[in-house]
Design a protein around this ligand. Structure first.
Ligand code: ZN
Ligand code: ZN
Length: 295
C-alpha cells in the first residue's frame, strides 16, 4: 500500500486506542471535562478517516463519469467532518450545562486522570512520529492531522491541570467550566473546517503570489505572441485549472501559435504539477491591451 495511506490507516487505529482510553477515563470519573476530552477524541477518529478519504480521492484519476477528477471528494468529506465536530461541541455543552448547577468532583480522580493522560500520551507520541517521518512535508492532509494532534495534546494537558486544581482545591464547578471551554474550542475548529471547505468547493483562486508567478511565467515564455487576457485560475482540493486567451499576429500559422502554447504550458506545468491548461488563440484585432502584455 501507498506509504502515506498506510500512515493514515495507522492514524485511525491509534486514534481509536486513544478514544478507548479517554472513554474509560470518563466512565470511571463521571467528569464533564473528561467527557469533553473523550468526544474530542471521537473527532480525531473522524479526522483520521477523513485523511484516508482525502489521500485516496486525490490519488484516483479522472474517468469517463468524472472527467475533471475526484479531488472535491476531499472537500466534501471535510464539510462532513466539520459538521460532526460542531455536533460534538453541542453534546459537550449540553452535558456541561446540565451539571453546572450541581457540579461534583470526579470520582476515582487518580485513575480517571491517569487513563486520560495515557490517551493524550498516545496521541502526542504519534504526532511526534508523524513529524519525524517527514511525510507531513509532502502531504498536506497528513500535516493537518499532525497539527490537530498537537493541539489536542495541549488541550489534554490543560484539562488534566484544571481538574487537578478542582480536586485539590475542592472546587467542583471547574469541571463543567473546563468542558465549556473545550466545547468552544471544538466549535471554533469545526466551524472553520466547514467554512474553509465550502469556500474551496466554490473553486477558489490560488493565493495572489501564485497568480503573480503565473503571470510572469506566461510573459516570459510567450515570445512571438502579443498579449494574454481573460486569465482565470481555479483550485478545488488537489485539482487546478487555468485558462486564458492568447493574442498572436493574425498572419501567424496555426503550427507556430501552437508551438508558443506548448512552450507556455511546459513552463506552467513545471511550476504547478498536474495543472490542466486551456489556451484560446486569437488574431491581433482581438487584443484588449490589458492582461499580460508580451514584449
Ligand atoms: Zn479574447
Ligand atoms: Zn496542443
Amino acid at each position: 500500500m501507498f506509504i502515506p495511506l498506510r500512515l493514515a490507516a495507522l492514524s485511525v487505529v491509534i486514534s481509536l486506542v486513544s478514544l478507548g482510553l479517554k472513554v474509560m477515563a470518563w466512565r470511571v470519573s463521571h467528569s464533564a471535562a473528561l467527557y469533553s476530552d473523550a468526544l474530542e477524541s471521537l473527532v480525531n477518529v473522524f479526522a483520521a478517516v477523513m485523511v484516508m478519504v482525502a489521500l485516496k480521492a486525490a490519488a484516483k484519476p479522472a474517468d469517463s463519469e468524472h472527467p475533471y477528477g475526484h479531488a472535491k471528494a476531499e472537500l466534501l468529506s471535510a464539510v462532513a467532518e466539520g459538521g460532526m465536530i460542531l455536533f460534538a461541541a453541542v453534546l459537550i455543552l449540553e452535558r456541561a450545562a446540565s451539571t453546572i448547577f450541581m457540579p461534583h468532583l470526579p470520582s476515582a480522580p487518580v485513575l480517571g486522570l491517569g487513563l486520560n493522560a495515557a490517551g493524550g500520551l498516545v496521541n502526542a507520541l504519534w504526532a511526534l512520529a508523524l513529524g519525524r517521518s517527514g511525510v507531513t512535508r509532502k502531504f498536506p492532509a497528513l500535516a493537518a492531522d499532525q497539527a490537530h494532534l498537537v493541539a489536542d495534546a495541549i488541550t489534554t494537558v490543560g484539562i488534566i491541570a484544571g481538574l487537578s486544581i478542582a480536586v485539590l482545591a475542592d472546587l467542583p464547578v471547574i469541571d463543567p467550566l473546563i468542558a465549556m471551554a473545550v466545547a468552544a474550542q471544538i466549535a471554533f475548529m469545526g466551524g472553520r473546517t466547514v467554512l474553509r471547505a465550502l469556500s474551496a468547493l466554490l473553486d477558489r483562486a490560488p493565493p495572489p503570489e501564485m497568480v503573480d508567478r503565473i503571470h510572469r511565467l506566461v510573459a516570459t515564455h510567450a515570445a512571438g505572441a502579443i498579449e494574454a487576457h481573460d486569465m482565470r485560475i481555479r483550485e478545488a482540493g488537489q485539482s487546478r485549472f487555468l485558462e486564458f486567451h492568447l493574442v498572436v499576429p493574425g498572419t501567424m500559422t496555426v503550427a507556430e501559435s501552437h508551438t508558443i502554447c506548448d512552450r507556455i504550458e511546459g513552463a506552467l506545468k513545471r511550476e504547478m504539477a498536474g495543472v490542466i491548461i486551456t489556451i484560446h488563440v486569437e488574431p491581433d484585432h482581438k487584443a484588449k491591451n490589458e492582461g499580460i502584455l508580451v514584449k
